[in-house]
Design a protein. Sequence first.
Length: 268
Amino acid sequence: MNTANKSNIEARDLEHALLESIPIPVIAVDKDFNILFINPAGCDWHKKELREVKGKKCYEVLEAKCCSVAKCGIKQAMDSGKKYAGHYEIPCQRETINVEITAMPLKDEEGNIVGGLEYIADITNRVKLENDLRVQTRTILELATPVIKIWDGILLLPLVGAIDTARAQQIIENLLNSIVENEAELAILDLTGVPVVDTAVAMHIIKAVNAAKMLGAKTILTGFSPEVSQTLVTLGIDLSNITTCGSLKAGISKAFGIMGKKVVSCER
């Protein structure tokens, strides 16, 4: 045996050994989707031996929605001649799991596509963690933007910390939902705890005010420090159509006045 042939055999043996040792399912098919090879991890996953599935259609063995002609990862890899990756839900041992499928075309020595190879990684736990993180993030945002009913028809939304686009959206949602639930006629947005009020923050606040107005609720902005007031003037932000007060105390007093009520001292 010459050195070239020996090298080819050793290379094929090495490639086969690597596929056999990979701890995630690996499936190889021909252009007609007939199974040519499944590694031990794939056999364990399907609870079948290679001899039981070899020659069968991969979509008959996998029985997943992603095996439809349009969504099949191997088909897209063979059609494009490039590596393809996608996330899917597939059945596995009487349950549905989330997987990341990576597929690539198999080519002969002339470069012709003769089949496809597919790796399947179970990402169920990762997807669950990501979903849990989204829920936790939303809960944190809701806790960071509480809407307080201080009187019949009057709500208070104290804003604390930086306001980005995601939090601004949460603020608007909480405010609008609370207006509807409480049939509120007036909402106080207190900016005392907002460290920086720039153009972006001002635009978010104006959006919240306009959204509340569409539901028939008036809005009072409170907590403007001299620095914030000067910044807004410098930026050219027009708040002339919005009722503003320097402090929360003044804002609450203003709100009661608008509602036809009066705050009086009860000193003895």
